[in-house]
Design a protein around this ligand. Structure first.
Ligand code: 5GP
Length: 202
């Protein structure tokens, strides 16, 4: 666990790059990391649980939350709205936990502008063919939404330079090892740990 302020880890990728699997592994291994549960106006998929994967929210409630400035960031993605509430960051800070965000590049940009110490990790599939394969293997999309997601994936990849780390998910175990290494290294950055050295010097 990081001392003091929570470490905010933003993980973005085009859909089909394996981001969810990698994030879940990190959350399973580290009990001191929380997943930031977003609000969305999208309808739940069959395997999704309200309050675990997302907080599924109707459009009027989402509008009201926007008006009440309850979101750190929110964006339109694939025709639906998604947002991260201030409450998620407050809850992590109160529990002394680090926080992982699964948001698109627009969300990453807004979180970084509000929290400049947040780190951004961008996950890439190893190739376009592999991306296509993984998108269709999901089996939850219609041909139209698949095409829409493929185009959106290319649009998302165009923003890779806004992130701090680029992680190619060529093989899941190797990619996970690199994600883990990013976490471990970020946790011991001087600016997050100055207190330890200062105490020792006193
Ligand atoms: P999906 O509908 O497949 O769960 O997610 C679609 C996209 O929305 C993904 O790229 C995911 O990272 C992004 N997303 C999920 N939650 C948020 C959020 O709170 N804010 C933003 N900006 N994007 C989000």
């Amino acid at each position: 666990m990081s001392k003091g302020k929570p470490l905010l880890i933003i993980v973005s990728s085009p859909s089909g790059a394996g981001k969810t699997t990698l994030c879940k592994r990190l959350l399973n291994e580290f009990s001191d990391i929380r997943f930031s549960i977003s609000h969305t106006t999208r309808v739940p998929r069959a395997n999704e649980v309200d309050g675990r994967d997302y907080i599924f929210t109707d459009k009027d409630t989402f509008d009201k939350m926007v008006d009440d400035e309850q979101f750190v960031e929110w964006a339109h993605v694939h025709g639906n709205r998604y947002g991260t509430s201030h409450g998620e960051i407050r809850a992590a800070a109160a529990q002394g936990m680090d926080l992982i965000f699964d948001v698109d590049y627009q969300g990453a940009r807004q979180i970084k502008s509000n929290y400049p110490d947040a780190i951004g990790v961008f996950i890439l599939p190893p190739s376009i063919d592999e991306l296509k394969l993984r998108l269709s293997a999901r089996g939850t999309e219609t041909p139209e939404s698949l095409e829409q997601r493929f185009k959106a994936a290319l649009g998302e990849i165009a923003h890779y330079e806004e992130f701090d780390y680029l992680l190619v998910n060529d093989e899941v175990n190797a990619a996970y090892d690199r994600l883990r290494a990013i976490l471990q290294a970020e946790r011991i950055r001087i600016f997050r740990n100055g207190e330890v050295a200062r105490k020792l010097l006193e």
